[in-house]
Design a protein around this ligand. Structure first.
Ligand code: TYM
Length: 327
């Protein structure tokens, strides 16, 4: 089976974008692949984060992975910092990464913003660590949302460059797996921006743990426009974003959905969307509560996951060190 690897940062609230752009797709195809899913806590310290919060977030995210339907029979789950090979390969790969390539990364510019001179260097080198995550496991496919496309392309370029310098067979060249639907869920407040965990305004996103009342409130106040027709239309990004979410959740075609809401208003549509969201998230929340209440079992399973993947990572590190002349 081909190897799949992906990860999420344990920062902020895991939201509908993370679910529809990533986790849901991992669950759907887990039987077809040999899967490794990571909780990337080393990435989470590239911006300031409270230690207690980080510690709790790692466990919450692990519980969510399972609650969303990842099955340990076909997936390995682990925490990045528990496998030291990530940090080890990171240093080596940093030395082979042209500054110019990192200068082109758009996410760094967005995240650093006006604080370019004061943010930690880790934020700048972030994509190299992500490349290490992927390359350590000789990954074929990386299922992610659209915002990670550039990082996976960089990973591929780095792998190719390294293979060309040393030996063609050191790294497998990975490919991003990005679906048409759900790869870019937009903010509910400003539908020209993507839905983001770090949005200061919680009304901009729906978290996987929002209760029905909260979901209803957030959908009700989601930005739309002054038109009345419920239809997919690039010129109306608000309603189109909500319709896209509805489309993924129901599996209906655009035509079917537009036909169902013909003659009805935004209010009717928003009520239907709220129902679908509650229907999707309630069972996830129920499972989440069970899992998070057995912390010992959760910690155990993460330790097991790290023990399982470490030898795979170590094999790659050994190949790399040998090629470079280290050790
Ligand atoms: P992160 O934690 O920001 O996001 C996790 C996943 O959710 C997707 N995503 C979205 N999809 C659709 N619409 C949105 N609004 C939306 N927001 C986020 C992301 O594309 C991602 O798939 N650098 C990565 C984490 C990472 C990683 C890796 C991923 C570290 N190492 C190795 C894959 C492989 C990140 O910050 O994702």
């Amino acid at each position: 089976k081909k190897r799949v690897f992906s990860g999420i940062q344990p920062t902020g609230n895991i939201h509908l974008g993370n679910y529809l752009g990533a986790i849901r797709n991992w669950v759907e195809t887990q039987d077809q692949y040999d899967n490794i899913f990571c909780i990337v806590d080393l990435h989470a310290i590239t911006l300031p984060i409270d230690p207690k919060e980080l510690h709790a977030n790692v466990r919450k995210l692990a519980a969510l992975y399972l609650a969303c339907g990842l099955d340990l029979k076909s997936c390995k789950l682990f925490v990045q910092s528990q496998v030291h090979q990530h940090a080890e390969l990171d240093w080596i790969l940093n030395c082979f990464t042209p500054m110019g390539w990192l200068n082109r990364m758009t996410q760094f510019k967005t995240k650093a913003g006006s604080e370019m001179d004061t943010v930690g260097a880790g934020l700048y080198c972030y994509p190299v660590l992500m490349a290490c995550d992927i390359l350590l496991y000789q990954t074929h496919y990386v299922p992610v949302g659209d915002d990670q496309r550039q990082h996976v392309e960089l990973t591929r370029d780095l792998a190719q460059r390294f293979n060309n310098i040393y030996n063609k067979s050191i790294f497998t060249l990975p490919e991003a797996q990005i679906r048409d639907a759900g790869a870019r869920i937009m903010s509910l407040e400003d539908p020209t921006k993507k839905m983001s965990k770090s949005d200061p305004n919680p009304s901009a996103y729906i978290t996987l743990l929002d209760d029905p009342k909260m979901i209803k409130k957030k959908i009700a106040r989601a930005t739309t426009d002054s038109e009345r027709v419920v239809a997919f239309d690039p010129a109306r990004p608000g309603i189109t974003n909500l319709l896209s979410i509805y489309q993924i959740l129901t599996g209906q075609s655009q035509q079917e959905i537009e036909a169902d809401f013909e003659g009805k208003g935004y209010g009717d549509f928003k009520a239907a969307l709220t129902d679908r969201l509650v229907e999707t998230l309630s069972p996830i929340q129920q499972r989440y509560n069970e899992i998070i209440n057995d912390m010992a079992a959760l910690e155990n399973l993460l330790k097991q996951g790290a023990d399982d993947v470490r030898p795979i990572a170590e094999r790659t590190v050994q190949k790399v060190k040998k090629a470079v002349g280290l050790g």
